[in-house]
Design a protein around this ligand. Structure first.
Ligand SMILES: [Zn+2]
Length: 265
């Protein structure tokens, strides 16, 4: 079993409004305090949180320790969207536990209200966190022409590299929309990995289709533990296979209407 990778989004801080109050957005938002508790829980379970780059470096050899029903020694921690709470809430909680993480930033959102600015992105990188691309405009990549796909991936990569003065080689797909063209485009532009949010990926690690578990408002400690130990992974994979089939057949808007019903959300 490859190390599980968790996917987080904006964190909720008391008295602070969110980047969006739409239900489809807020169900991915967890309280900053809950995030802190989850990291402590992971550490108590013997897990060590790392960014995707570190995870891939350590992947071979030696393999991650993963005895069935015992949590993986390594767990990937990732954040999508580049919200300001990455810098003002997540980073300090991660530092307290000594965990690393990858922050995937939408380059076109940098400096907007509620999102990271350039200084904050540089500070995160300066503290050892990985900065990845979450595209230039948060477009769903599988619906784009080849030109637009390449533009989303290259413009964001270059803008972030200019900001940081170092290569940006990890990408995550907005909305989890991934296909083999996205993987090929990322590879051709010099990315080293692509994170998705589906769990249908094979047991062998394909760095250009990394599965992630979405930590949501209703995610429990028990659920986190099951993800760490791989228990019930087959059931989630089966559910995601069904959803992936639906995604291909009905297209993006209809998919989201059906998804809620299928997942009972
Ligand atoms: Zn996103």
């Amino acid at each position: 079993m490859s190390p599980p990778i968790l996917m987080y989004h904006e964190l909720r801080l008391r008295g602070r409004s969110l980047c969006s109050d739409k239900p489809g957005y807020t169900r991915y938002v967890i309280d900053a305090e809950d995030f802190r508790s989850q990291l402590k829980f992971l550490r108590e379970q013997g897990a060590s949180g790392q960014g995707v780059g570190t995870l891939l470096e350590r992947q071979t050899p030696p393999p991650a320790i993963s005895v069935r029903q015992t949590p993986s020694a390594l767990v990937g921690i990732t954040f999508d969207d580049g919200c300001e709470t990455d810098a003002i809430a997540a980073a300090s909680a991660l530092a307290e536990t000594g965990f690393g993480a990858t922050f995937y930033v939408v380059s076109g959102f940098v400096g907007r209200p509620g999102y990271l600015n350039e200084t904050q992105i540089r500070d995160l990188a300066g503290h050892g966190f990985e900065i990845g691309s979450h595209t230039a405009s948060h477009s769903y990549l599988t619906g784009l022409s080849e030109d637009n796909l390449l533009r989303e991936l290259s413009v964001s990569k270059e803008r972030l590299q200019q900001m940081l003065g170092r290569p940006v080689v990890h990408l995550s797909c907005p909305g989890g929309w991934w296909n083999s063209e996205v993987a090929a485009a990322a590879k051709s532009l010099g990315y080293h990995s692509v994170s998705t949010s589906n769990l249908t990926a094979a047991a062998d690690v394909d760095p250009f289709c990394l599965p992630r578990y979405a930590v949501m408002r209703n995610t429990t400690a028990d659920q986190l533990f099951r993800w760490l130990t791989g228990r019930n992974a087959w059931r989630r994979r089966a559910k995601n296979t069904v959803l992936d089939g639906v995604k291909r057949v009905v297209g993006i808007p209809m998919y989201y209407r059906l998804r809620g019903r299928l997942l009972g959300e």
